[in-house]
Design a protein. Structure first.
Length: 466
């Protein structure tokens, strides 16, 4: 992909100085006052003190006094379309919530999906997300190009993006939860998924758009779709994503339908491996965690959503100790109405301290790692993003920590994890500004607010008349 250059071909540089820096590299290197030099779309150098003298073609210098620089946040699980069904079924557990909302979700169309993607992406980008993902699995018949609309919204916003092209083929008539008209056939789902990968997936180092194969969940997908979906992903050399072990009800469902628990079922269908990550993984026993660690299967931890739906507390400290790759996820905003990943840093730490490990469950730096490098790991992009190191892509965030919300907290990482959501002064994706002073640079936030409200109301009217 293109690298920023001026007309004479010289690579343009951005110099950031006087910042506290948390690199989240393998050694957790930090600088109390340091610099980052961005050349084109990559980090050229990083270190203590001022940037090197005599750098050519510096197009911007940022005095980052009073700021912490971190890698951009990486979201590993989301459902963008749910932005237009926020605030509904607020006192339901997962299964009852799905039953309540599937009839409405089954009425979405391309215009709604595009507006919802804009809202979801905008809220995350404003809060420090530089790499987003969307697990989209609802494809009502005749609803238009939903995958294309989501990818278009991400491209316009300027964020790095993974579309997990979902699917469902187990409807109410087959004992599943979705309405019959909201699912695809086995053959249709596989064909559409392959087409999406071939049309949109970019395997290059600095890819802005990638695609994963992502059948929805055991209770909305046939065993054949799981098996053939895994085979398709490996034939196309892309990653695999699904929901797993989210609730006790799912555990019971899998035992009744398949005669085994979720992890054993996933293994039987080819769904454990270094190219797989699963959302939630709340109800995992020791052997489940060992299986994930043995196979390198990743986890998208969604603490706010798990609490909202009363699903339980995932055993994140035990997963990390076993060597399971773990990242953070917003999850759909019908079960996490804030839609912001930076709040998940705090909630991951706090909620896990309610579990068996108590105050030793997670610390601030572990939480930051979950939201950055951990997310890059589960998306298969740890070689390119997730830490601030020379040669990696320039996806980074400047958090303002000298204001009223953070100035009296001496440690910068503690400030952004334990404290209130820190303002984002500057966010770079691929070396290009996406957010400045808390505002999106490539989208009209007021227009997005209006369009999401209008589409939410239109969807509600359509669902009420169905």
């Amino acid at each position: 992909m293109a690298t920023s250059a001026n007309p004479d071909g010289a690579v343009e540089r951005i110099v950031i100085e006087n910042a506290a820096i948390a690199t989240v590299d393998a050694q957790d290197t930090e600088y109390a006052s340091g610099h980052v030099v961005v050349a084109g779309n990559k980090i050229e150098s990083i270190g203590a003190g001022k940037a090197p003298e005599g750098l050519a073609n510096v197009v911007r210098r940022v005095d980052a006094t009073g700021h912490l620089v971190t890698p951009g946040l990486v979201n590993t699980h989301h459902h963008f379309y749910q932005w237009i069904t926020r605030g509904l079924a607020t006192d339901h557990n997962l299964f009852n919530w799905l039953v309540a909302l599937y009839p409405t979700w089954a009425r979405i169309d391309e215009q709604m999906t595009y507006a919802a993607a804009q809202g979801s992406l905008g809220m995350m980008a404003r809060g420090g997300v530089t790499t987003a993902m969307d697990h989209h699995y609802v494809f009502p018949q005749g609803s238009g190009d939903l995958s294309g609309s989501i990818i278009r919204a991400a491209s316009e916003m300027g964020v790095r993006f993974t579309l997990a092209r979902g699917s469902m083929d187990r409807s109410e008539k087959d004992g599943g939860l979705p309405p019959d008209f909201a699912v695809e056939t086995l053959e249709g789902a596989l064909a559409a998924t392959e087409e999406t990968v071939k049309k949109h997936h970019d395997a290059s180092f600095d890819a802005m758009t990638q695609v994963a194969v992502a059948p929805c969940s055991p209770f909305s997908v046939s065993t054949e779709l799981m098996k053939q979906g895994a085979e398709l992903a490996r034939r196309l050399n892309v990653r695999l994503h699904t929901h797993g072990s989210e609730t006790v009800e799912e555990e019971k469902f899998c035992h009744e339908l398949f005669g085994m628990g979720p992890t054993a079922y996933f293994e039987s269908t080819g769904w454990l491996g270094e190219d797989v990550w699963m959302a939630h993984c709340v109800h995992m026993n020791d052997s489940d965690i060992a299986a994930f660690a043995r196979t390198g299967t990743g986890v998208a931890h969604c603490p706010s959503s798990n609490a909202r739906l009363a699903a339980g507390i995932a055993r994140v400290p035990d997963m990390l100790k076993a060597g399971v790759p773990v990242g953070l996820g917003v999850d759909g905003t019908a079960s996490n109405e804030s839609g912001e990943l930076h709040t998940e840093l705090r909630n991951a730490l706090l909620i896990n301290r309610l579990g068996a490990h108590r105050e030793s469950a997670l610390n601030a730096r572990q939480a930051l790692r979950l939201g950055t490098y951990g997310g890059a790991q589960v998306l298969g992009r740890a070689a390119q993003i997730g830490s601030l190191e020379a040669g990696k892509l320039a996806d980074l965030v400047l958090w303002k920590i000298d204001g009223i919300g953070h100035a009296s907290i001496a440690d910068p990482v503690t400030a952004i994890v334990f404290g209130a959501a820190a303002p984002v002064t500057l966010s770079l994706v691929n070396g290009k500004p996406v957010v400045e002073n808390g505002r999106l640079l490539h989208a009209d936030e007021d227009a997005i607010a209006r369009s999401t409200r209008d589409e939410a109301q239109r969807l509600a009217r359509i669902a009420a008349g169905s």
